[in-house]
Design a binder for this molecule. Structure first.
Ligand code: 6PG
Length: 245
């Protein structure tokens, strides 16, 4: 079984461990580089992690003024829309911690998709520390995974999967009949640490497929992650029920 897979007794245990890792990685980054650049995932799974990070048990251990918050993807909606990943993260975490507002780098989903993607590309190129290669380097990216193997807004059979140069792109997702803005594989792969959070029985089959099946001619988006840093699959027992450790 993939050594990068960590199975937790419950979703709550998974979120507690991810919160501990967030504190540890933030501390390490701030100690060695003076700041911590972290991208948040959207969807519903990470909400409980963000709520945990907002509790005094964890928030008191993070030097929020040294953090820069980014988003792995965004729906092309205004920030106050119920579907907005920024709104979810703000309600669960960002509105409750002492982070410097200008260090929350929101994807402007209210703009025309191509314009929002272009602006976010400039934001990342301005804000992110660089590797020797010139590539931007996030310290940590949280990702989720859909039942079709998508991650961030990298959906199967979409052109964004072939993006080699841009760090951010807009993509029309036919199955959702909606535009999204997403980090691309080149920038995701450069992160120092990637954590993919997978919870619940509904993800059991796709998790088995992704971790046990050799990718076929067209690997699923999440199988195309080729991390240069660490990648950890964080699953609860419900999602891991078809896997044998
Ligand atoms: C989004 C996310 C997306 C999400 C998966 C899993 O904007 O929805 O970026 O990639 O992580 O769809 O979503 P759930 O956590 O809600 O199952």
């Amino acid at each position: 079984m993939d050594p990068r897979l960590h199975v937790f007794k419950s979703e709550h245990q998974l979120h507690r461990e991810c919160a501990e890792a967030f504190v540890k990685l933030a501390d390490e980054a701030i100690r060695s580089r003076g700041s911590f650049h972290v991208a948040l995932a959207g969807g519903s799974t990470p909400r409980k992690l963000y709520e945990l990070l907002a509790t005094s048990e964890f928030a008191s251990r993070i030097d929020w003024h040294r953090l820069h918050i980014y988003f792995g993807d965004e729906r092309c909606v205004p920030p106050e829309d119920a579907a907005s990943n920024f709104r979810m993260a703000s309600e669960a975490l960002l509105n409750h911690v002492d982070i410097i507002p200008t260090q929350i780098h929101r994807i402007e989903g209210e703009l025309a998709p191509a314009e929002g993607a272009e602006k976010y590309e400039h934001t990342l190129r301005r804000q992110l520390p660089r590797k020797k290669s010139g590539m931007g380097c996030l310290d940590l990216i949280h990702l989720g995974m859909g039942a079709d193997g998508h991650t961030a807004s990298l959906f199967p059979q979409t052109t964004i999967l072939e993006e080699k140069d841009r760090w951010v792109a807009a993509v029309f997702v036919k199955k959702l009949a909606a535009w999204r803005i997403s980090l691309t594989l080149p920038i995701i792969n450069q992160a120092r640490a990637i954590r993919v959070l997978v919870c619940g029985e509904k993800k059991a089959e796709i998790l088995r497929h992704v971790l046990c099946n050799i990718p076929d001619a067209t690997p699923l988006p999440v199988q195309r992650i080729d991390a240069t840093g660490s990648l950890m699959w964080c699953a609860d027992q419900a999602a891991a029920k078809h896997l044998h450790q």
